[in-house]
Design a protein around this ligand. Structure first.
Ligand code: NAG
Ligand code: NAG
Ligand code: NAG
Ligand code: NAG
Ligand code: NAG
Ligand code: NAG
Ligand code: NAG
Ligand code: NAG
Ligand code: NAG
Length: 710
């Protein structure tokens, strides 16, 4: 801090050492309260003065009498100087008033003022000074020494009164003075020897003064001189105009004398008619004392913004300044710029940007919060402890290319299934349920998901994981590559299903899966939507029951189920349709329909059929009744023993399709029966491997044998 002030002082001190820029260096610049600029100098009474301090020792050197406190500067011998102005070319001095005082005996006291401005280039200012006279029986006269000019005024009044700002002959009068006046005598006279007015106007007085320096309203008829020494009635200034030399500018500038022209650099020469000579003024944009050798200095306008207006970027030039409007604004910077400030625009843009950033952060936080909330609501805490993978939403979005339509594997009442590929190339099927009833989601969902996660059977599609961040949880299953049984029956035309062996195997595997679901938990898991399109075939054509994830939400004994009949037309248990009560036996019925579908190759819910086959179940049952089974089976039968198996299987289907659930076998019984048939088939297959003839014995009864692989 201290060092800062030292630097500051050392930077500013050279100017103070140099002194005032208005005087010659080394010369005093003030006397008492009065500032004395060059070309004027001070002759201090107690000191020997330097003649360089004034332009002309005989004309511009004023005496500073230090006997006074404060010291007083004098013009001539008895005119105290109050102000010297280089800019205006004026000197203000104080001059005593002339007066006459009376009493009943007549004139008792008088003072005649006579003023001379000397030989110097000084004149009374005709524009500023006026002779002012106060009195009720008064005649004032003024004349110059040479008596080449004379003027005066008369002031009268009959009674005591106050002068109210007017000075036009009633108690007071005023008169101007001519140009170029250097001397003045002021005398007073009383036309009626003051005998009638002396009581309220004891003294009449007259003075020359600048009107601006006194107030007419304050002049009083009752004024008396305080004493013979102090003859002052009014405190007022006389303005004296001066020129530097009494010659024209042209004459001065063309002078052969190098010191002949008094004006320094960057100043203009100004001729005064009143002074009959010239003086100097700084040019616009410059300041200082034009009489000093260094002349006037450039003003740094940019450092004085109060005086020199600039709305934009200020730049000082020699003798002026430029002001460029800020970027994006038009106009004259010195007057005012139009348009929006670039900083304002930047601030505006900045504000908008900040708002956007904040909004973005809020959205991110909100999304994260929502994900966490969904996770907790969806039982994330509970599930975290299960051995199941928890997927993030982003992971699944990436795996399914944001659930692109091209990735859609299937769609149904439950929702949508998408094919996905995880980062480690694992293929997955993502099930995105349609909006579920939120109230069902919490405890119940958690409980049921808990059961589903325990499902582990080779003929049931495995659940790999879940995503709980979304509103409705996403279920992630293993991807089963070979599509649905429905597809193989109805579109692929028997490539794999050409042999009864495979149809039987798929039926047996499906039955095992359903039995497993029924016996896994208490209450049992009911699939609720058994159909060929929910039976998937993996790469080795092993059957995998899928889509129990939704169905298992339908728990048996739920009374409100009556209002929410779910399932697929054609596979639906008629008893469930009537009572609304979903049981394991409903799955048994649906499985019976799948068996019929496997045997006949007909869609149970097709609307394309006509006549007998319109209701495939009725058609199947009546064919069975009439022992016309071979008429309706859709594939190649290899042997008599196979036909027997088919008959048993058809009979099993018939049992499954009984109207009353009570009369249907359990899934366990169905699985066992199909298991028994498979064993039988496997052994008979080996047996009849070589007897090709038997296979063709039955060929004529087959429907179509397209693409047969025998
Ligand atoms: C200064 O004043 C003294 C008398 O007071 C006078 O003798 C002297 O000449 C003056 N000097 C100048 C330079 O006018
Ligand atoms: C100073 O003033 C006197 C009297 O007016 C004059 O004679 C003289 O030439 C002036 N000196 C200069 C240097 O102007
Ligand atoms: C200065 O003023 C005093 C007191 O008025 C006076 O006696 C003296 O003569 C003055 N000196 C000069 C040099 O005018
Ligand atoms: C001297 O006169 C100038 C110009 O009239 C004025 O600006 C300045 O204030 C005056 N100084 C004093 C001390 O009266
Ligand atoms: C008038 O003035 C004279 C001379 O000063 C004086 O002698 C006289 O007493 C004065 N008269 C009155 C009434 O004051
Ligand atoms: C003017 O005053 C001067 C000096 O006081 C004097 O010599 C001169 O005679 C006066 N002139 C008149 C007309 O009174
Ligand atoms: C002057 O006044 C006195 C009385 O006040 C009077 O007697 C006298 O006549 C007057 N003189 C003149 C010349 O007016
Ligand atoms: C004249 O009037 C002034 C102001 O009204 C007052 O101060 C003064 O005493 C009066 N003079 C006489 C003699 O009545
Ligand atoms: C002059 O004096 C009167 C009365 O004192 C006052 O009302 C007025 O404002 C003054 N005028 C100026 C210009 O000072």
């Amino acid at each position: 801090m201290l060092s800062f002030w030292l630097v500051f002082l050392s930077l500013t001190s050279p100017t103070t050492a140099k002194g005032s820029p208005y005087v010659v260096s080394g010369c005093a610049d003030t006397c008492g309260n009065v500032h004395v600029p060059y070309p004027f100098g001070i002759n201090i009474t107690s000191e020997i003065s330097d003649p360089r301090c004034a332009l002309n020792n005989s004309e511009f050197m004023f005496t500073c009498n230090s006997s006074y406190n404060p010291p007083q500067l004098f013009f001539g011998e008895n005119m105290p100087i109050h102000n010297i102005s280089v800019e205006e070319g004026t000197i203000s001095v104080r001059i005593d008033a002339a007066y006459n005082c009376y009493n009943n005996t007549g004139l008792i006291n008088n003072f005649r003022q006579s003023i001379g401005l000397g030989s110097g280039p000084f004149r009374f200012s005709d524009s500023r000074n006026k002779l002012t006279v106060v009195g009720c029986d008064t005649l004032a006269l003024m004349e110059d020494e040479a008596q080449s000019f004379g003027s005066g005024c008369v002031s009268l009044c009959g009674t005591n009164m106050t002068l109210q700002g007017s000075c036009s002959g009633f108690g007071c009068c005023q008169t101007p003075i001519p140009q170029s006046l250097k001397t003045l005598n002021i005398s007073l006279a009383s036309p009626r020897n003051h005998s009638r007015v002396w009581q309220f106007n004891p003294c009449e007085y007259a003075f020359l003064a600048d009107e601006r320096t006194y107030n007419v309203s304050e002049l009083q008829l009752s004024y008396k001189p305080f004493s013979p020494e102090t003859k002052r009635f009014v405190t007022s200034d006389v303005v004296i105009e001066w020129v530097v030399r009494e010659e024209t500018c042209d004459a001065a500038q063309s002078s052969s004398n190098p010191n002949g022209f008094a004006c320094g650099d960057n100043s203009n020469c100004l001729y005064s008619v009143n002074g009959q000579g010239y003086r100097c003024v700084c040019k616009d944009g410059f300041t200082g004392n034009p009489y000093l050798p260094q002349g006037c200095q450039d003003i740094d306008e940019c450092k004085e913004p109060d005086k020199y207006k600039c709305d934009g970027t200020c730049k000082n030039t020699f003798g002026g300044y430029t002001c460029r409007c800020p970027l994006g604004m038009r106009g004259d910077g010195k007057v005012g710029c139009q348009g929006f400030r670039i900083t304002t625009i930047a601030a505006f843009i900045g504000a908008i940007f900040s708002i956007m950033v904040i909004a973005f952060l809020i959205i991110i936080i909100y999304k994260r919060r929502r994900k966490e909330k969904n996770f907790l609501e969806n039982g994330g805490m509970l599930l975290k402890h299960q051995r199941v993978r928890i997927f993030s939403e982003a992971e699944l979005v990436k795996a399914t290319k944001n659930f692109d339509a091209s990735r859609l594997l299937g769609e149904g009442g439950f929702g949508y299934v998408y094919h996905g590929v995880l980062a480690d190339d694992t293929q997955i099927a993502v099930k995105k349920s349609k909006d579920l009833d939120k109230t069902r989601l919490n405890q119940e969902f958690q409980h049921e998901i808990g059961i589903v996660l325990q499902v582990n059977h080779k003929n049931v599609v495995k659940i790999i994981g879940l995503c709980l961040e979304t509103k409705v949880p996403l279920l992630v299953y293993e991807f089963i590559s070979n599509g649905t049984l429905f597809h193989h029956i109805h579109h692929k035309k028997y490539q794999i299903l050409a042999h009864w062996k495979n149809r039987l195997r798929i039926a047996a595997e499906t039955a095992l899966a359903l039995d497993y679901l029924h016996s896994l938990a208490d209450p049992p898991i009911i699939h609720g939507d058994v159909k060929s399109s929910n039976i998937l075939l993996d790469d080795s054509y092993t059957a995998k029951v899928s889509d129990f994830g939704d169905s298992m939400l339908i728990s048996p004994g739920q009374s409100d189920m009556a209002t929410k009949i779910q399932g697929t037309f054609g596979y639906l248990d008629p008893e469930y349709l009537m009572t609304g009560n979903l049981t394991e036996k409903s799955d048994v019925y649906s499985f019976g329909v799948v068996l019929v579908e496997l045997l006949t190759g007909e869609k149970p819910n097709s609307s394309e059929r006509f006549g007998d086959k319109r209701n495939i179940i009725q058609y199947f049952l009546s064919s069975l009744e009439n022992h016309d089974l071979h008429q309706i089976i859709c594939f190649n039968v290899a042997s008599e023993s196979e036909m027997e198996e088919i008959g048993v299987c058809a009979d099993l289907a018939k049992q499954c399709l009984r109207i009353s659930g009570m009369d249907r076998p359990t899934m366990k019984e169905v699985a066992e029966e199909l298991g028994r048939l498979r064993k039988l088939n496997q052994s008979s297959w080996k047996h009849s491997q070589n007897s090709q003839e038997t296979k063709y014995l039955m060929a004529e009864s087959s429907y179509s044998i397209e693409n047969g692989t025998s």
